[in-house]
Design a protein around this ligand. Sequence first.
Ligand code: 9UX
Length: 72
Amino acid sequence: SLEKAEFSISGMTCAACSARIEKGLNKLEGVSKATVNLALETGSVEYSPSVITPQDMIKRIEKLGYGANVKA
Ligand code: 9UX
């Protein structure tokens, strides 16, 4: 079954930033759909928890040069 993770994302300054993060997340095994909102500085990811964790997604976002944490 799928779960949804919500992130706060820092460091995005243009629309290409949010597109890069979306592409990076959507490439990850276990991610079924990722969307990133530049204006709200958020990301939303539907994923298979048996395959990937929110921490893995944060690592990917950080590797791309941005900051991220799971929203409370
Ligand atoms: Mo836009 Mo974001 O030129 O890292 S892609 S600022």
